[in-house]
Design a protein around this ligand. Structure first.
Ligand code: UP5
Ligand code: MG
Length: 185
């Protein structure tokens, strides 16, 4: 199994770059946010809690997210996974590592200035309940308050690749590509 985690603030381009990695290298893309959004439109008992948490820009409890990721990984007949937007804090990281019982192979950190992230999210216009000025501010606060320990942990393990996330989508992909190309040989 090959696992890559993609970390970065709201609008830093995680989903966009995942699509390019999938196209070029054939990984399976699992977005934690998408799995949660799918869960909240189902009639599950967690739906209301997930909706409120996403509207507030807060982090859903690990057990809920990890279960969704695990279920998805087990149902897919491919062993190269991109896990997008997860782990968001130390609690997420520990819960996930208990499940996969191994370190990820690669952790990409999309480093993007705040103004650029805000601009991209507010321009997206796909009807997400959290793509509004007020919630974006909260998502950014949560991101800045929780991602550093995760980044530092993987950096110490030599797993972290920091990607400068400003430029065109193609320019950024040329920074991402070599990381995956190195694992293809
Ligand atoms: N765009 C992309 N690249 C561009 C570029 N180089 N130049 C110009 N524009 C660019 O990109 C965002 C927008 O920018 C798009 O319109 C794109 O075309 C354009 P995208 O690739 O979608 O960025 P991404 O980093 O994926 O942004 P996203 O908003 O999805 O990130 P979040 O981390 O905020 O959202 P996510 O869906 O992961 O999570 C949503 C919420 O779910 C969280 O806030 C949280 O409440 C909850 N959640 C959890 O609780 N736990 C989890 O584990 C995951 C999520
Ligand atoms: Mg995304």
């Amino acid at each position: 199994m090959f696992t890559c985690l993609l970390i970065g603030g709201p609008g830093s381009g995680k989903g966009t770059q995942c699509a390019k990695i999938v196209e070029t290298f054939g990984h399976v893309h699992l977005s934690a946010g998408e799995l949660l959004r799918r869960e909240l439109i189902s009639n599950s008992e967690c739906a209301a809690m997930i909706l409120n948490t996403i509207k507030e820009g807060k982090i859903v409890p690990s057990e809920v997210t990890v279960k969704l990721i695990q279920k998805e990984m087990e149902s897919i007949d491919n062993h190269k996974f991109l896990i997008d937007g997860f782990p968001r804090n130390e609690e997420n990281r520990k819960a996930f590592e208990k499940i996969i019982r191994a370190d990820p192979d690669v952790v990409l950190f999309f480093d993007c200035p705040e103004e650029e992230m805000v601009k991209r999210v507010l321009n997206r216009n796909e009807g997400r309940v959290d793509d509004n000025k007020e919630t974006v501010k909260k998502r950014l606060e949560v991101f800045y308050a929780s991602h550093l320990p995760v980044i530092n942990y993987y950096s110490q393990k030599g797993k972290l690749y920091k990607i400068e996330a400003v430029g065109t989508e193609d320019e950024i992909f040329e920074r991402v590509r070599p990381v995956f190309a190195a694992f293809e040989v």
